[in-house]
Ligand binder design. Structure first.
Ligand SMILES: Nc1ncnc2c1ncn2[C@@H]1O[C@H](COP(=O)(O)OP(=O)(O)O)[C@@H](O)[C@H]1O
Ligand SMILES: [Mg+2]
Length: 241
């Protein structure tokens, strides 16, 4: 599969959230999106998820113009927004059943998937507790579970590791890596080690523009193999990339 972003721009008042941005993302490896706060990562992801429209430019999924046919994306998409909302009075199982029904997944299939996903995300022990009492990290994992329901072919996760402890982060990396073999997996993160260990390609955004696209290992070369330092130098314009 291939996702192609072509000269996409988006403004909010005087802010250029995306400034004629072009990018190609393929299945076969995790694609990581990094950049300082306000760089435009979430805006780009919302446009790809077809819940926001670009002012200009186009997005294609396998050659289909999503501006004209957004459902082509919606029917294959699992999207984790940056700020997820869960219904406090539901248990994880009830919440996921509710989302599965909205996604049009049959009851029997949903039941099986939910049980598997809760296991993978280590939420099985909390399956009967109400979401209102969950910690931030647990809530985040419920959001990830939602995104993975229905076995989406395109996974877009906006800061999926936020709030997770190191052990949870590592298991999430493994999950994304295994999913990415046959799917498009795009994730944004503030945690450079997530990119370093997971992403085969990455894009670095700043002020709505891309300042680097390529392998994390190549970016790291700008700072003697230290990706975090290379990232900081690139963001501050100290390295010519
Ligand atoms: N709905 C909105 N209304 C006004 N400004 C917005 C809105 N969404 C994003 N922005 C602005 O667009 C820029 C990019 O934001 P965002 O895409 O959230 O960046 P990131 O996810 O990289 O932190 C920021 O300056 C932000 O304040
Ligand atoms: Mg964001």
């Amino acid at each position: 599969m291939q996702l192609k972003v072509q000269e996409v721009s988006k403004r909010f008042g005087s802010v250029h959230a995306l400034d004629s941005l072009s990018l190609e993302i393929e299945s076969g490896g995790v694609f990581g999106l990094v950049g300082p706060n306000g760089a435009g990562k979430s805006t780009l992801m919302r446009i790809l998820a077809t819940i926001e429209q670009a002012d200009s430019g186009k997005v294609y999924l396998d050659g289909v113009d999503l501006g004209k046919k957004p459902n082509e994306m919606r029917r294959v998409l699992g999207y984790l927004p940056q700020d997820i909302a869960v219904y406090p009075n539901l248990t994880p199982v009830e919440f996921l059943e509710y989302i599965a029904a909205i996604k049009g997944i049959g009851k029997a299939v949903a039941k099986k998937q939910i049980s598997g996903i809760l296991d993978t995300l280590r939420l099985s022990d909390a399956r009967k507790r109400k979401l209102g009492g969950f910690s931030g990290g647990m809530r985040q994992r419920v959001g990830i579970a939602c995104a993975l329901l229905g076995d989406p072919q395109v996974v877009i996760a906006d800061e999926p590791s936020s709030g997770l402890d190191p052990e949870e982060r590592i298991s999430l990396r493994k999950l994304f890596l295994s999913m990415a073999k046959t799917r498009i997996v795009l994730l944004s993160t503030h945690i450079i080690s997530d990119i370093e260990t997971t992403a085969s390609r990455m894009a670095l955004m700043k002020s709505g523009k891309l300042i680097y696209v390529g392998a994390p290992s190549e970016l790291a070369l700008y700072a003697d193999g230290d990706l975090e330092n290379a990232y900081i130098q690139a963001v501050h314009g100290e390295a010519v990339i």
